[in-house]
Design a binder for this molecule. Structure first.
Ligand code: HEC
Length: 695
């Protein structure tokens, strides 16, 4: 069945049902509508990205009866961060390395499986990549997936057969994709990441959803002026850069945060941070560096620039605006504004008029010290002296994890509130030892132009909250403290509920108006994906992927405190319904690494120092800050392989575990291996000394 009410017209949810239609189409009309809630056909459920469902069977009165309907084990998976899509009673989702499945929603029966073989395609990009993928897109009879190695693949969604495949990046460069493709008007659009490991120049590309043929491309930052500009927007943007930025790429990579706005027929892209992060290197005389850290509106048919709003002029903290862009009609007195809402990393919550990009409000969502406020007259942030680490070192709120990262926020038109997972955490910016003029961009290793990735992060360094935010008043209505620091996205319903998983493995339903906790279940493993809801044959279901993962796991002890050790806890797809009576299958208790510290190993501090440098460039993204694994990969302090040079050589240089996601570093010599061994032993000894002193 299909609803006919348009979500953007009035916000009123009286949906006329069209009885008897056999199959739900996924096209512009369904994706523009609230619909009857039976499907969850797009990443944010529809074009609005509100993650709001009109379903009411599960509501504040009935949610106490919610139980497990079925569970699907996903033994080959690790990080699970995707938003599953549901059309006509079939769940489609991407797992680790974009392995894709179609599952019957009522029963959990597997219908088909497709493996894009991302590891085989990755080449050296296995080093930089994450195994996670944020989900597929559906258009008509196609299911379109992105792969970490840079492809879009169009599948027949009824059979899982590949129909087309397009490479969206230059595979010689260290770009990658973790974001979900987005569809609109017969096109599919995708960006990429790469600003940490490459002289990256960001762009988004739109393709024909049925054939994969390129329709248009928009570059986010200007290239070398000597090569000519692609369009007037790039010519304008180039005036806001200094030095020879193009040698460093410039950045702006759009790895997430793309919304199609049907009312203005525009694509809104949330753009990324600088490449490198440090502006002193990238654009030494300053400048706003357009279109870094901005929302840019593009004509949906041509990709031509329409307007932009920059949240962080002259970005220098990895503050990107890649977070989701949510569309809503907001009422200011008797005036209704076609607004977009956006909570980027920088800690402010923005409301912008999407007809023209005019800033309506920007209020602090958590602790922010880089700017005192945003001046509504100029639309610009008022920065704090010292925040740009002018003297070579500064502690600044928020950290590169952002006050809000990619974990989806949701908007409930009935309560008028936005439900946002937030992180309150600072970072130290230090570049006093960086030679700005001699600096060279990295190529398949991490170098961001400031010290980054060399230290562990203490367990109590960050706090996390679920915040219910009134976008019109610009203030918190309620909030709950969450386990630190990495909690997934939210979903909200006409049943007056908000659902959110948590880093500690609990899945919780809150009263959308008051925040009261109405239902909780312990799923035995850290949750990193947002839930979805839909109905089949008139019964409402909630589905959720459970599999700890994502960039937050690099935060060493802070991430490791939950005990979601690599390879220990099962990955699963859960489906819930009222009176569901399946059991939660067992999961081992939290587990932590036991660092080994052979007393006869004599640590050479100089070698260990070099090892720390190599580790920060090439290992910490997966194995964790300070050699403390947050769960993305084994904790090297307890690995027997690191105790043996030959075994280490086999794994690191020969690539013995490559098919399990452990990349190969063919160029490492004995010196690098020795240095890594000494660094890991030093970190293991530090841990065992701390335990001995504090049993
Ligand atoms: C892209 C993520 C990633 C990066 C980067 C990475 N690793 Fe790994 N590593 C893994 C994964 C995943 C495994 C586990 C593979 C498996 O399950 O067998 C692993 C396993 C290992 C192991 C085997 C541990 C054991 O006891 O089984 C060693 C040793 C290792 N890595 C060392 C390193 C070193 C040294 C670096 C940096 C030079 C590095 N890794 C960089 C993901 C990564």
């Amino acid at each position: 069945m299909n609803g006919t009410c348009r979500w953007f017209a009035t916000g009123v949810l009286a949906c006329a049902m069209q009885a008897g239609s056999a199959a739900n189409a996924v096209d512009d009309s369904t994706l523009s509508a609230v619909g009857d809630g039976s499907d969850w056909p797009a990443f944010g459920r529809n074009y609005s990205e509100q993650r709001y469902s009109p379903l009411t069977e599960i509501n504040t009165d009935t949610v106490a009866r919610l139980g497990v309907e079925w569970v699907m084990d996903l033994p080959g998976d690790r990080s699970l961060v995707a938003t599953p899509l549901v059309v006509d009673g079939v769940i489609y989702f991407t797992g680790s390395f974009s392995k894709t499945r179609a599952v019957e929603a009522k029963t959990g029966k597997l219908l088909w499986e497709y493996d894009p073989q991302a590891i085989e395609h990755a080449g050296d990009r296995l080093r930089i990549m994450w195994d996670q993928n944020k989900g597929p897109a559906v258009w008509g009879d196609k299911l379109i997936i992105s792969t970490i190695d840079g492809r879009l693949v169009g599948l027949n969604r009824h059979t899982g057969e590949k129909v087309w495949e397009t490479m969206t990046i230059d595979p010689r460069r260290a770009y990658y994709i973790t974001g979900a493709p987005k569809v609109f008007k017969g096109k599919v659009i995708i960006g990429n990441g790469g600003t940490e490991q490459e002289a990256a120049r960001g762009y988004v590309t739109a393709y024909d959803a049925d054939t994969g043929e390129q329709a248009w491309r928009f570059w986010v930052v200007p290239g070398n002026p000597a090569d000519g500009f692609e369009n007037e927007a790039m010519e304008m943007a180039a005036k806001t850069w200094t030095g020879e930025w193009w040698k460093h790429g410039g950045g702006g990579n759009t790895w997430h945060g793309i919304t199609y706005d049907p009312e203005f027929d525009q694509v809104l892209i949330g753009t990324g941070n600088g490449s490198p992060w440090n502006q002193k290197i990238r654009s030494p005389e300053g400048g706003d560096n357009l279109f870094l850290c901005s929302i840019v509106a593009l004509d949906a048919d041509t990709g031509e620039y329409k307007w932009h709003y920059q949240t962080v002029p002259g970005e220098t903290w990895d503050y990107n605006s890649n977070m989701d862009i949510v569309l809503a009609d907001l009422k200011y007195g008797d005036q209704t504004v076609k607004a977009l809402m956006h909570a980027p990393k920088n800690g402010f919550f923005y409301v912008i008029n999407r007809e023209n990009g005019e800033l309506l409000s920007a209020e602090k969502l958590g602790k922010v010290t880089w700017a005192s406020h945003v001046d509504l007259k100029t639309g610009r942030p008022v920065e704090t002296a010292g925040a740009r680490y002018e003297d070579g070192e500064e502690l600044v709120w928020p950290s590169p994890f952002g006050t809000h990262s990619w974990h989806a926020m949701s908007y409930n038109p009935n309560t008028g509130l936005v439900y946002i997972p937030t992180i309150e955490m600072p970072a130290v910016w230090k570049d006093d030892k960086v030679d700005f003029t001699a600096w060279q961009p990295p190529h398949f290793f991490v170098n961001v132009g400031v010290e980054f990735g060399t230290e562990d992060t203490p367990a109590d360094y960050g706090e996390a909250f679920l915040v219910a935010w009134d976008p019109i008043k610009g203030e918190k209505v309620w909030k709950h403290e969450l386990p630190p620091q990495w909690n997934p996205g939210t979903m909200t319903t006409a049943g007056n509920l908000v659902f959110e998983g948590r880093a500690d493995g609990k899945f919780v339903a809150y009263h959308a108006g008051t925040g009261e906790i109405l239902w909780t279940i312990d799923l035995g493993h850290g949750i990193s994906a947002p839930p979805v809801t839909y109905s089949v044959d008139g019964r409402q279901y909630v589905s959720l992927l459970v599999g700890w993962g994502g960039a937050g796991l690099i935060a060493g002890t802070l991430a490791a405190q939950h005990g979601w050790k690599y390879g220990v806890h099962p990955r699963r797809l859960y489906t819930f319904a009222l009176d569901g009576d399946a059991a939660v299958p067992p999961s081992p208790p939290p587990a932590w690494a036991t660092p080994v510290d052979p007393k006869d190993f004599v640590i050479d501090d100089a070698l260990a120092g070099y090892g720390q440098h190599i580790y920060a460039q090439s290992c910490f993204l997966c194995h964790g800050g300070g050699a403390v694994s947050g769960g993305n990969a084994p904790d090297l302090r307890e690995s027997p392989i690191v105790l043996s040079k030959a075994a280490l050589h086999d794994v690191v240089v020969n690539g013995a575990k490559r098919m399990n996601g452990m990349p190969r570093f063919k160029h490492f010599t004995d010196r690098e291996l020795d240095a890594l061994m000494h660094y890991v032993r030093k970190m293991a000894r530090k841990a065992s000394t701390a335990v001995a002193a504090n049993p």
